[in-house]
Design a protein around this ligand. Structure first.
Ligand SMILES: O=C(O)c1cc(=O)[nH]c(=O)n1[C@@H]1O[C@H](COP(=O)(O)O)[C@@H](O)[C@H]1O
Length: 270
């Protein structure tokens, strides 16, 4: 099954549009991990196992592992997710983008080394830089469109032919890059108006929507502005608000409660 088919099936079977972000920060781990040499893997595994029933996808963020020299933990974590939670797609958030010959290696890294079902990609080097990802028809390519951060507009809002650059990205991805039907777009939860505009441009293309929780985005506004006609179309992603819901012994239960609360808030507005 392709990434997009898997995602659509999971939206239905889990009745959830929540993407659980896995961004390990050892300084925030509960005390019981203090002497655990495999803490990065063990913490993320516990969170994933506790939240899986509320998840339409998992999204490990690569820098959070690589900065710790924990690539091996990331590889084992993704393998664990596939075995323990089959049917929940894994998006590797690595925001890659480079000349085509190098991008081939980034595609191999995400899909072959780590076994991810989808990867986030930066479009600003142009189509040939994303092509090695697009060519993998069974895997997903989640292209940055209007990011959640405060400075998103510095470049993404620059007006070209009377329209902001992010709208051109949306149109290009939906009309030209999506030949295999394996594209999705990142649009931040912090930008309700832009969510609405991009949805109007791209039809049913799925959105990865980070920015609820720690970044302050409003889940109800996300759903109201960006759901598709069938009440899906969204992977509303939250990392810190789920991962670090409690720093006590109840960290896994607290994460599950936070994921369930986000699912319920989203579903109340679908
Ligand atoms: O591609 C992403 O996942 C992403 C895009 C974006 O526009 N904004 C954004 O925050 N992210 C990622 O989403 C996660 C957000 O984390 P929290 O703010 O803790 O929920 C981080 O891993 C970011 O790197």
């Amino acid at each position: 099954m392709s990434f997009i088919q898997q995602l659509r099936a999971r939206w239905q079977s889990a009745d959830s549009l929540v993407c659980v972000g896995l961004d390990p920060e050892p300084a925030k781990f509960p005390a019981r991990f203090a002497d655990d040499a495999d803490a990065v893997f063990a913490f993320c595994r516990d969170i994933a196992d506790a939240t899986a029933e509320y998840a339409c996808a998992f999204k490990p963020q690569i820098a959070h592992f690589a900065a710790l020299g924990a690539e091996d933990a990331l590889m084992r974590l993704i393998a664990h997710l596939h075995v323990a939670h089959p049917g929940v797609p894994v998006i590797l958030d690595s925001k890659r983008g480079d000349i085509g010959s190098t991008a081939q290696h980034y595609a191999a890294e995400a899909f072959d080394r780590y076994g991810a079902d989808a990867v986030t990609a930066n479009p600003y080097l142009g189509r040939d830089s994303v092509q090695p990802f697009l060519d993998r028809a069974d895997r997903g390519v989640v292209v940055l469109c209007r990011t959640s951060n405060r400075g998103a507009g510095d470049l993404q809002d620059l007006s070209i032919d009377g329209r902001p650059l992010y709208q051109h990205v949306a149109e290009k991805v939906a009309r030209e890059w999506n030949g295999h039907g394996n594209c999705a777009l990142v649009v931040g939860a912090t930008w309700p108006q832009q969510l609405r505009e991009v949805r109007a441009i791209v039809g049913d293309v799925p959105f990865l929507v980070p920015g609820v929780g720690a970044q302050g985005g409003d889940a109800a506004a996300v759903v109201g502005n960006a759901k598709t006609a069938d009440g899906t179309g969204l992977m509303v992603s939250s990392s810190r608000a789920i991962l670090y819901a409690s720093s006590g012994a109840d960290y896994a239960e607290a994460a599950a409660r936070a994921a369930r609360a986000l699912r319920d808030e989203i579903n109340a507005h679908r």
